[in-house]
Design a protein around this ligand. Structure first.
Ligand code: FAD
Length: 342
């Protein structure tokens, strides 16, 4: 087990709300580390709709999910948050007054004065395609993510799906695969038009195969695929030799370990006090999509408001001997110094 990391606050989730919490805590001299299961920052904005425009961020008429993530990251910079990406928080334990221990699946251990759960809808999970008997092949020769492209060099690959992930990986893996087949149920793709054109050019040049239909059966031994049956929309069935299959059917969200932290949950959400966004456990806060209270709206702007109030209460745990003075960023030289602008 690695050395214990000590910090004022540990934020679980680096979505838009976790990111803004860094800013609000930072203004009050509270240091934060963030842990996220994803290998990137931005939560749903980055994972589910990076290119889509958002129209209801106050003062910003239009910004994409990616753009908002970048802007929030820039805003947190003066406070030097430390990110631990690709790690899932498994355990949250209260050790005593203003003292928590948080453990990740990467064996990292944090000790902190407050914990802020900004876990959104929980962890993103790939959707499993409706193919009977797929389970024994999963993580052996059926993969829902590409961690190392090299693992697929010289292999016969079957990619299934019609969105950006399926198309991007088709274009990236085609040059190193022995043969690549893309299967999609319609001859109409949701992915970026440029990627669709590139894929069609490769098909026309004989560099890969495109089949319109659905994978209906898998063949293999001990989790190692050897072939797949593809049923075309005209009812004909073809057999494709396969070493590895990559289905990209999108992501769903599953609460995950949040359910095991001993917190009272209502419909898989954490009830909070709306004056502080603290849970029933003193020092443990829940902000953003993961919390619930009368009138809650799952909007980014709600999470921003919740972050500001959470930070005010967290201050009392981090600096119990100090009095908190309310200040505006426009007029406080002390806040401007923290932001590096005065
Ligand atoms: C298609 C779509 C369009 C939307 N459009 C809008 C819009 O126009 N305006 C608007 O205001 N809102 C919109 N939303 C909603 C908005 O994205 C959410 O309200 C917002 O992302 C919530 O932010 P969050 O930080 O609370 O959670 P999330 O963005 O869900 O981030 C939570 C993070 O926590 C991580 N996590 C979860 N469990 C753990 C764990 N155990 N350990 C470590 N990390 C963990 C997750 O990996 C995730 O990255 C939209 C949502 C979708 C899906």
């Amino acid at each position: 087990m690695s050395e214990t990391i000590k910090t004022d606050v540990l934020i679980i989730g680096a979505g838009p709300v976790g990111l803004f919490a860094v800013f609000e805590l930072g203004l009050l001299d509270i240091k934060a580390h963030l842990v996220d299961i994803l290998d990137k920052i931005g939560g749903q904005c980055a994972e589910l709709y990076p290119e889509k425009p958002i129209y209801d961020i106050p003062g910003i008429p239009l910004i994409t999910g990616h753009g908002l993530t970048e802007a929030l990251l820039e805003q947190t910079k003066p406070f030097k948050p430390i990110f631990h990406l690709g790690e899932m928080v498994l355990k949250v334990e209260k050790l005593g007054d203003a003292q928590f221990r948080v453990t990740t699946d990467g064996d990292k251990v944090f000790e902190c004065k407050c914990v802020v759960v900004a876990a959104g809808g929980g962890s993103f999970q790939p959707k499993r395609p409706p193919i009977q008997g797929i389970e024994p092949y999963e993580e052996k020769s059926v993969f829902y993510a590409v961690r190392k492209m090299e693992a697929f060099r010289g292999k016969k690959l079957l990619i299934v799906g019609g969105g950006d992930s399926a198309l991007d990986w088709t274009l990236n893996l085609q040059p190193i695969a022995e043969r690549l087949t893309l299967v999609h149920r319609r001859d109409d793709f949701r992915g970026a038009p440029d990627s669709v054109n590139k894929m069609r050019t490769l098909v026309a040049a004989g560099g890969m195969d495109l089949k319109i239909g659905q994978v209906t059966a898998l063949e293999g031994v001990d989790g190692q695929l050897t072939a797949a049956s593809v049923k075309g929309n005209d009812g004909s069935v073809s057999r494709v030799e396969v070493d590895a299959m990559l289905p990209f059917f999108g992501l769903t969200m599953k609460l995950g370990p949040v359910a095991d932290w001993g917190l009272k949950l209502v419909d898989n959400l954490i009830p909070v006090d709306t004056g502080t966004f603290e849970t029933e456990v003193p020092g443990l806060f829940a902000i953003g999509d993961i919390n619930t209270y009368p009138g809650k709206l799952k909007l980014i702007l709600s999470g921003f408001h919740e972050s500001a109030l959470m930070a005010q209460k967290a201050y009392h745990y981090v600096y119990p001997e100090k009095k908190l003075v309310f200040q505006y960023t426009t007029s406080s030289t002390s806040l401007q110094k923290k932001l590096g602008v005065a």
